[in-house]
Design a protein around this ligand. Structure first.
Ligand SMILES: [Zn+2]
Length: 673
């Protein structure tokens, strides 16, 4: 899988990407039994809202974390499993969509078949690498690998021009690492050093499984580590990557080629079958220079080891069982703390979703998505937009001039709910019942070309970056839109049969979060048309930065494990969106219910909204997962997504009668929006 340079702000933790477990839990209602009433909401609100749930819901052995929306994700996965098991039956009259996803799933489930084939399905890739005679052939080879979804050296894709959002241009981005992020190669603390030793051992074992003798495998693993470390050193850090100006360097093909003459760019572009183009955004030109120096510095043998490793690594989960287990040992166990490999069907559901997502999503929507959910969500979006408008108008620190621009941007935000109007057409993807790895290559090839073919074409505003069953949502600063897949419009985010207080604390808070992304430290740099363009007065920008720095400092003080702290700058956009989102969700709730403030279960509407919000985040995490999250993820861990927000809200302190100076009512509260 390749990653375009996305500034898209996803709502939930990216750790979700490899979630699920446990069988058939029933929909979780806003329930009093999740609470720990012995806890004081003013001392630790997260514990008060979630304490009993946390105690009663230990992490399943195949998970690195387990939370309320993992429960929802699991329900979705069970639905997807039913769809896939049904469509996998080769009945006459199966429609084309059913054939694609059904046969893909059947092939993926055929563990015995995969074991029997050994390395044969990737032998053409391995042979091509073995037969490389000189480094000048890399360009063509890398294009072959990229087309099959094998990440190596860098990423090539397409995207909207930051400064001309209607135009889709070619995009180059740094890449080519095996560990999650550049700092994993560079940090010198004991834990990081140990992690690298374990990674090196893992790479060596993968080479041994592929048939290499111990000494050769050790030498090849060392070569991989050397090259990846050089690429990591040449990469831009995660915090800088959040700054759009730092990842925008539009240049001509000739200018790119001049940065790295050792790599034959024209051959790469031809081999990748990209449409003709003139301009390309090179996210980080220094990385291109690193490619050049490493092509010259490392030997052909070292490069062959590197490329071979990335083939094995990329396809490990569709190779014979020993590869899958070894891959899990490092990436599941060591890195994330999971104890057991997820059952095969869950992995195959996830692969189908990631490779034929809109075909599977189409069947999912037919089965599950009702018009009621969409209508009520649209009404809530209206209420939240109105609340954010009021919030902007009443800000004391912003001038009338900037407020006017902010409102223009707010009113230009469009929304997409549920699923795409037009489904992606996978008819050209050949899917065979007995060829899991070939199916994966062909699906990746389809995706690679689909993305590249957008270069120079009119922008399609109807496209989605998430599949319909996904339990997540996003704001896209270049589209200036908010997107809510069908998968999230369910409990504990959205209940058809619950009152407004609960729904505003759940999906209302998510809507508010996504809207606020348009005005966080990153989103605020884009205008109503999605262009990177400064619409702030100098003074207002300074006022914003001062308030954002307060949030960054607040979260940087949160420790998740011994020696591991949240990175306040990396998570600033998400934390700003969380704080703004809850505030405008509460405003929208109060606007909606007016004077109707009856207590339910002994709680006021405000208290119920805060509890519903807190309970969305009830989560248990393993220490490894928390360490990984704070190092790589733009989202704060669950506890701090709750406590970090309510600490800043006088409305919360009033709702629960907290006294100034208590932990949830600190003297120095932060507020941006
Ligand atoms: Zn977000």
């Amino acid at each position: 899988m390749f990653r375009p340079i996305l500034l898209t702000s996803f709502c939930l933790s990216a750790l979700l990407a490899q979630t699920p477990a446990k069988q058939n839990s029933t929909p979780a209602h806003f329930d009093l039994t999740a609470m720990d009433r012995a806890a004081d909401p003013c001392v630790d609100f997260y514990q008060y809202a979630c304490g009993t749930w946390k105690k009663n819901n230990p992490i399943p052995p195949d998970q690195s974390e387990w939370g309320r929306f993992d429960e929802l994700q699991e329900r979705n996965e069970n639905t997807l499993r039913q769809i896939l098991e049904e469509t996998a039956k080769p009945t006459p009259g199966r429609d084309e969509v059913a054939q694609k996803i059904g046969d893909y799933y059947a092939a993926c489930m055929d563990e015995k078949g995969m074991d029997a084939k050994g390395l044969a399905p990737i032998e053409p890739e391995l042979a091509r690498i073995r037969n490389l005679k000189e480094k000048s052939q890399f360009a063509d080879e890398i294009a072959q690998l990229h087309a099959r979804g094998i990440a190596s050296l860098f990423d090539f894709s397409s995207g909207q021009d930051f400064k001309d959002s209607n135009s889709v241009i070619a995009q180059f981005d740094q890449g080519g690492l095996g560990l999650p992020e550049r700092e994993y190669y560079l940090k010198q603390d004991a834990k990081s050093v140990e992690m690298r030793q374990k990674y090196l051992a893992h790479v060596q074992r993968m080479f041994e499984l592929a048939g290499e003798k111990t000494a050769q495998a050790a030498a090849d693993a060392a070569a991989v580590m050397k090259l990846e470390t050089a690429l990591a050193k040449g990469s831009l850090d995660l915090v800088s990557r959040r700054d759009p100006e730092k990842v925008y360097h539009k240049m001509t093909r000739a200018e790119l080629a001049a940065l790295s003459p050792a790599f034959r760019w024209n051959e790469y572009f031809t081999a990748s079958a990209a449409p003709a183009f003139t301009n390309i955004n090179v996210s980080y030109p220094d990385f291109v220079k690193t490619i050049n120096s490493e092509i010259q510095a490392a030997s052909l043998a070292e490069w062959k080891a590197y490329l071979t490793w990335h083939v094995l690594h990329s396809e490990a989960q569709l190779l014979p069982t020993p590869f899958t287990l070894e891959n899990f040992n490092f990436f599941g166990k060591v890195l994330r703390g999971a104890e057991e490999l997820r059952p095969r069907w869950k992995r195959c559901v996830q692969f189908t979703d990631s490779q034929l997502g809109e075909a599977l999503g189409r069947k999912y929507v037919e089965l599950t998505f009702g018009a009621t959910g969409k209508q009520r969500t649209l009404k809530m979006v209206d209420a939240l937009e109105k609340a954010l408008g009021e919030d902007i108008q009443t800000l004391t620190w912003m001038s009338a001039e900037t407020k006017k621009q902010a409102l223009v941007k707010l009113h230009a935000i469009t929304n997409k709910i549920g699923y795409p109007d037009r489904w992606r057409d996978y008819s050209s993807v050949v899917v065979k019942r007995d060829d899991a790895l070939g199916n994966s290559f062909r699906a990746d090839e389809f995706e690679f070309h689909r993305v590249l073919n957008k270069i120079g074409k009119p922008l399609d505003r109807g496209e989605w970056d998430m599949t319909p069953p996904t339990v997540n949502a996003y704001y896209d600063p270049q589209m200036n839109n908010i997107n809510f897949p069908a998968g999230i419009l369910q409990p504990p985010f959205f209940y058809n049969d619950m009152d407004d207080a609960v729904n505003f604390g759940g999906i209302g808070m998510v809507i508010g979060h996504e809207l606020t992304h348009g005005f966080d430290d990153q989103g605020r740099q884009f205008d109503a048309q999605g262009n990177l363009k400064d619409w702030w007065t100098k003074k207002d920008a300074e006022e914003f930065q001062q308030r954002a720095a307060c949030v960054a400092d607040e979260y940087s003080g949160f420790s998740v494990a011994p020696g591991a702290f949240i990175n306040g700058k990396l998570t600033l956009g998400e934390n700003t969106a969380d704080n703004g989102g809850v505030r405008i969700a509460l405003m929208a709730l109060l606007n909606t219910i007016g004077q109707k403030k009856d207590k339910v279960d002994g709680f006021t509407p405000e208290q119920r909204m805060f509890l519903a919000f807190g309970q969305v985040w009830c989560t248990n995490e393993r220490e490894e997962a928390l360490r990984l999250q704070v190092q790589t993820n733009e989202h704060s861990p669950a506890r701090f997504r709750v406590n970090g927000v309510v600490e800043n809200m006088p409305e919360f302190q009033k709702a629960f009668a907290c006294k100034a100076g208590q932990p949830m009512a600190p003297v120095h509260a932060c507020r941006v929006w």
